[in-house]
Design a protein around this ligand. Structure first.
Ligand SMILES: Cc1cc2nc3c(=O)[nH]c(=O)nc-3n(C[C@H](O)[C@H](O)[C@H](O)COP(=O)(O)OP(=O)(O)OC[C@H]3O[C@@H](n4cnc5c(N)ncnc54)[C@H](O)[C@@H]3O)c2cc1C
Length: 555
């Protein structure tokens, strides 16, 4: 969104992306996008109230206001570029095609035929039309900073192994989330390795509320190759679905009406008590739906919508027909926290913006379905407009600033490729994923978090001596090495923020502090780099102006 907006506003734009263009989580998303006033009864206040309520006093109301106000215009703009939301025969957005994901008080979410693929294709086409320069398969290694100003970005081309520096009047970070730190227990795409959090942190930016990680309860539990794929939301258990533990006890009834976090916690807690399934989940027993006409009709609807496709692939036809229970396992879905930004996507560094899942603040402690894509689209547009309007006079490239970055990257690559033995980085990535899912999942406590922290720090030491087979062309082990370093920073931030938030709120549940602490309303946990280079955390008041605005809302 940002690239096309900036190009249309007259800027010369380039995109560095480590995949092919538009290949992030947006491409695999369900493509449901919230938009204010999709139906007459809706209003900006109602939409903002819903986001604030879900965020449990941790959302920044200025960001919420900007997202809500921009949502309708941004979606209309997307349609101008070729994306089509479901409409009726007269070309209107029909109430039948507008849905109400859990937590929204009204139906305001637009749907489309080809889901995230449609959005990704629309962006690819718009980028091509605007002749934006694209460096695909180019992984950003560094943001180049001089005197608190970002001058551009340094990238590594995965295909030919060359380094590339792009000087820019403004840089917009849109690197998505970091679900791979929980791999394989995540429904994210493999490129979601938290690079933007680490790049921002290295450049001196504060990260906000990184403990707030959203999980979905129904991930595939087995086989290993499908683990983490999402099967559906809580409502997809049908009106009579229940959760059963390994001792055959029903531990949760009315699953369809529960929140995502209530269901994920039940699964995690039963497992901690030794009553989980063989793969760390619980059994979703939806068989009783078949004795109920509403349940039967619901199953037919799910099958028609293709929602249960992963169930058939993972567990076979009986599970698909709801005639036998199957094991479900929480799967990591979304980072609510991230780089701290203002309502125009500006960061604490001049000329640097951040948009989308890499940012924190709008969703607070929990995110409503369909608001992530709304957030990426609206803030992509806002940040690009702001950046173009505020361009400085062009300053000639200063080699004395850029060369040390290039030399540092070259030496780093040469040194890692010179080793003849050691552990492959992909093995350390796997170790990290297992530890994070086990100790920093949807139920946490101090002892487990401290163990996870020690594990991450020791993986950091091992990462300093990994073995990467020599060669610069398509060396995916080298990519794993770069990503591992990003993932370790991201994981450390998640753990340190989780330790610092001594309460349970939204997506963050501490078994040793199971209640919400009202004293921590509007107080964010900030992870930042201390003077000694170590990661520190502090609690930060959101400030009077934010609190006053929220008081008017009906939370
Ligand atoms: C299975 C699934 C379904 C979802 N469904 C919905 C939905 O229906 N509605 C909704 O609102 N939200 C949904 N979400 C959430 C939503 O898709 C994401 O939050 C959103 O796509 C984030 O957009 P983004 O542009 O910030 O990041 P992404 O779309 O993930 O894009 C990030 C891009 O940055 C690139 N990148 C990362 N690091 C680097 C680097 N170091 N150098 C160069 N490039 C880099 C990646 O390759 C990628 O192309 C879903 C998420 C998942 C996983």
């Amino acid at each position: 969104m940002a690239a096309v907006t900036a190009a249309q506003a007259g800027a010369k734009v380039g995109i560095m992306t480590k995949d092919e263009l538009a290949n992030g989580n947006m491409r695999i998303a369900g493509g449901i996008v919230a938009s204010v006033n999709s139906i007459d009864a809706d209003s900006e206040t109602a939409f903002a109230d819903d986001i604030l309520r879900a965020g449990e006093f941790l959302s920044n109301p200025l960001l919420v206001k900007a997202a809500v106000e921009g949502s309708r215009q941004a979606n209309l703009l997307l349609e101008e570029w070729g994306h089509i939301y479901r409409r009726d025969g007269k070309g209107n957005i029909s109430p039948l095609s507008v849905i109400k994901p859990g937590g929204h008080s009204l139906a305001r979410t637009l749907t489309c035929e080809n889901q995230g693929m449609s959005l990704a294709t629309t962006f690819r086409s718009a980028i091509a039309r605007e002749a934006v320069c694209c460096w695909e398969n180019t992984l950003v290694l560094d943001l180049v900073v001089e005197d608190g100003k970002v001058l551009g970005a340094l990238g590594y081309n995965i295909i030919d192994g060359n380094l590339l520096f792009v000087r820019a009047k403004a840089v917009i970070l849109a690197t998505g989330g970091g679900g791979m730190i929980f791999s394989p227990q995540t429904d994210n795409t493999r490129s979601a390795t938290g690079d933007g959090y680490a790049l921002g942190y290295a450049a001196g930016l504060p990260l906000v509320d990184m403990e707030q990680i959203q999980w979905l309860p129904f991930g595939v539990a087995k086989p290993a190759s499908l683990r983490g794929i999402n099967i559906g939301d809580t409502s997809d258990a049908g009106p009579r679905g229940v959760l059963v533990n390994s001792e055959g006890e029903v531990v949760l009834r009315g699953v369809a009406t529960c929140t995502r976090s209530a269901v994920t916690r039940t699964i995690a807690r039963e497992n901690r008590a030794g009553r989980g399934g063989p793969n760390g989940g619980l059994f979703l027993d939806a068989t009783a739906n078949l004795d109920d006409p509403v349940g039967k009709a619901f199953l037919a609807q799910l099958q028609a919508r293709g929602v249960l496709g992963p169930v058939r692939a993972a567990y076979g036809p009986k599970a698909y027909a709801w005639t036998e229970p199957y094991e479900v396992l929480p799967t990591q879905h979304f980072f609510c926290g991230g780089v701290q930004v203002d309502a125009d996507g500006r960061t604490a560094l001049a000329n640097l913006y951040a948009v989308g899942e890499v940012t924190g603040g709008i969703h607070g402690a929990d995110r409503l379905g369909s608001v992530a894509l709304c957030d990426s689209i609206v803030f992509g547009h806002r940040a690009a407009m702001h950046a173009v309007e505020g361009f400085d006079e062009e300053k000639p490239a200063d080699d004395s600033v850029i060369l040390p970055y290039l030399d540092g990257a070259r030496k780093r690559i040469e040194s890692v490729l010179a080793r003849s033995c050691g552990t492959l980085p992909i093995l350390l990535k796997a170790e990290l994923g297992r530890a994070m899912a086990e100790k920093v999942g949807c139920v946490r406590d101090k002892a487990g978090l401290e163990e996870a922290l020690q594990m991450v720090l020791s993986l950091g030491e091992k990462a300093d001596s990994v073995y990467v087979p020599a060669g610069r062309t398509y060396n995916m082990a080298l990519v794993d090495y770069f990503e591992l370093e990003y993932m370790l920073v991201c994981a450390e931030a998640v753990i340190r923020c989780s330790l610092a938030r001594e309460e349970s709120r939204g997506s963050h549940f501490r078994e040793d502090y199971p209640q919400r602490d009202e004293g921590l309303d509007f107080r964010s946990v900030i992870a930042y780099r201390g003077a000694n280079g170590k990661m520190l955390t502090r609690l930060e008041e959101m400030g009077e102006r934010f609190v006053n605005q929220v008081e008017g809302a009906k939370i």
